[in-house]
Design a protein around this ligand. Structure first.
Ligand SMILES: [Zn+2]
Length: 99
């Protein structure tokens, strides 16, 4: 789970999920109210993991699998990738450039 670089408090999974769905650049710490930013490396890891979703969809096209069960499988993969985001996240006090 991500740890706030300012107050060293560990965020819970639920808080992190809730905060990461806001599209603001910074995420406000629920403990000290200071803005935290994702580190460049965790942003890269996170975009790589999200890339898994279209990849799985593309592979599924190769197998011409149109059963409702397969759609459920795709949704499960997407939900799994999303729920893993708090484990990948690392926080920083400053906004880091990606490159
Ligand atoms: Zn904090």
């Amino acid at each position: 789970m991500p740890v706030c670089k300012n107050c060293k408090e560990e965020w819970t999974w639920g808080e992190t999920m809730k905060k990461s769905f806001t599209l603001a650049t910074g995420i406000t710490c629920p403990y000290c109210d200071r803005k935290q930013y994702l580190t460049a490396s965790s942003r890269k890891k996170s975009s790589l993991s999200i890339f898994l979703i279209p990849l799985v969809m593309f592979i599924s096209l190769l197998f011409d699998n149109s059963s409702p069960l397969f759609l459920f499988f795709l949704i499960a993969i997407a939900a799994l990738v999303m729920s893993l985001q708090p484990f990948i996240m690392e926080l920083s006090n400053e906004e880091e450039p990606l490159w």
